[in-house]
Design a protein around this ligand. Structure first.
Ligand code: ADP
Ligand code: ZN
Ligand code: MG
Length: 482
């Protein structure tokens, strides 16, 4: 039991950014009046027109498949997955069972600087179901339920990984990277909290690395990356407990209870044969000629893994910095724009990662909503580099820029923040500080070198933080030791 290994495979659903549904012209806009975006086709009513495939959705799926390094099917076909549920008005879901759009891909994740490939088993296109609302929390005891079919027929892609994930942390990293990639190609906003990205986690444990896969459970209802992480951790603990007591893991679907932090049995697993899938007779196969795929490929921008590698190679950034800065295309673009105005890659990275991201997070803003233009940040970094202002002062200038969008030079000028590096001016202040603090001077002379820090602090205080700290250190040392 010592070296038991966790095995996880994820099934991720992502809603595509199309304005209309997958097989009809109904709007996909979020937040509309319930059942206002429906028609006989997506409701499965008699008299509906035949399904007409949304070409944009197909192109997005091919783009995603390419971004995930998949092979593209030569023929696109759709199948019916048959089951009854109140949120599925047609009695079947149109999906791609026999021939998914993309297969055999991978996503790279960064494990403490080591790159690991997580296999992508397949990616396919399907339609979403409606949404149920239960009166009361519990489905079984609620008096009634309501259903909104606005979501029924909205295009979804499903991405299925190989069972290559070995921990809750790897699952989190995978989801983050997947979200980054899909946002780079701009096909979805991938918001787990809003349901535009949903993730089921298949979890099992086995005796040791390389031994046969154990029986798995499938976790549902996790609404954030954090919940996916916690759900997997909980499930691994639970299964180990079962196995340690000589029991067997029952293959079943389990429900993650966010408030209790546990998973509970929901139903036993359906196998694919239960759905009696067959090709949808209303949807003829669609070929994917190489020129078409090539054209879609040309739209794909440089993706996070290669961009991160380039940041390391071209700008000499540590892998951690490169990873953070390439999480979103907007942030990576912002970083590279700043470098166009002031080419000090590490300084730009430090200021963006620590100060700018802190301000953005606190304000709940994305980088493209930031009032500080890359050029202005470049100017600020140049002023720091040229020792016109100290790093400490620069922080307050940056905060002001962030709030008002004002130019850093204008702020520094208006507030008289230019750093004092002039030796004679500093010497005068230092003499005064030494006179006023004889005790510290004595301490220093008796070997208490810590007194130095206090004296530097006093000089900084006298100058309102504007003294060049390095100069102050040098001059103070000269005076005290000399
Ligand atoms: P099912 O037939 O139960 O739907 P699939 O083989 O289709 O199972 O796999 C569904 C998902 O479960 C995939 O992401 C796959 O990687 C993952 N998976 C398969 N077997 C295991 C296992 N033993 N432990 C963890 N995950 C698994
Ligand atoms: Zn419709
Ligand atoms: Mg399956």
């Amino acid at each position: 039991m010592q070296n038991m290994e966790t095995v996880v495979g994820l099934e991720v659903h992502v809603e595509l950014f199309t304005t209309t549904k997958l097989f009809c012209g109904c709007s996909t806009a979020f937040g509309a009046e319930p059942n206002s975006q429906v028609c006989p086709t997506c409701l499965g009513l008699p008299g509906g027109t035949l399904p007409r495939l949304n070409q944009r959705a197909v192109e997005y799926t091919i783009e995603a498949a390419l971004a995930l390094n998949c092979r593209i099917a030569e023929k696109i076909t759709f199948d019916r997955k048959n089951y009854f549920y109140a949120d599925l008005p047609k009695g079947y879901q149109i999906s791609q069972f026999f021939s998914p759009m993309g297969t055999g891909g991978y996503v790279e994740i960064n494990l403490d600087g080591k790159i690991k490939k997580i296999g992508i088993h397949q990616i396919h296109l399907e339609e979403d179901t409606g949404k149920l609302f239960h009166a009361g929390d519990d489905i079984l005891t609620s008096a009634y339920s309501r259903v909104d079919f606005n979501r029924a027929g909205v295009p979804l892609i499903e991405i299925v990984t190989e069972p290559d994930i070995r921990s809750a942390e790897e699952a989190r990293l995978f989801l983050q990277r997947l979200r980054s990639i899909l946002r780079y190609i701009d096909i979805s906003d991938c918001k787990m909290e809003e349901g535009s990205m949903r993730c089921d986690a298949n979890v099992s444990i086995r005796a040791a690395e390389g031994s046969a896969l154990g029986d798995k459970t499938e976790l549902k209802n996790m609404n954030s990356f954090r919940s996916v992480y916690k759900g997997i951790e909980y499930e691994v603990e639970r299964q180990s407990g079962v196995l340690k007591e000589g029991g067997k893991v029952i293959p079943e679907t389990r429900h993650w209870d966010e408030s209790k932090g546990i998973t509970t049995a929901m139903r036993s697993k359906f196998v694919s044969a239960d759905y009696r899938c067959f090709p949808d007779p209303n949807l003829p196969p669609l070929e994917t000629p190489a020129e078409w795929v090539e054209k879609i490929k040309e739209k794909i921008p440089e993706l996070p893994s290669s961009r991160s590698r380039r940041f390391i190679d071209d700008y000499g950034l540590p892998p951690y910095d490169a990873e953070v800065l390439t999480v979103s295309r907007g942030l990576a673009d912002y970083y590279e724009s700043v470098l166009r105005y002031h080419r000090d890659p590490k300084a730009a990275s430090n200021w963006i990662m620590s100060e700018l991201l802190r301000l953005l997070n606190a304000a709940g803003l994305e980088v493209d909503e930031c009032k500080i233009q890359p050029e202005a940040l470049g100017k600020l970094l140049k002023m720091i580099g040229d020792e016109v202002i100290s790093g400490k002062i620069a922080k307050t200038v940056l905060e002001e820029m962030f709030a008002s969008g004002e130019d850093p030079e204008a702020i520094v000028e208006r507030k008289g923040l230019v750093q004092i590096s002039d030796e004679s001016a500093l010497e005068e202040i230092i003499s005064r500080v030494l006179e006023n603090n004889p005790k510290s001077v004595e301490d220093y002379n008796q070997g208490k070198k810590k007194a130095m820090g206090f004296l530097v602090g006093q000089v900084m205080k006298e100058t309102g933080g504007k003294a060049n700290p390095q100069k102050v250190n040098e001059l103070l040392k000269e005076k005290l030791d000399g």
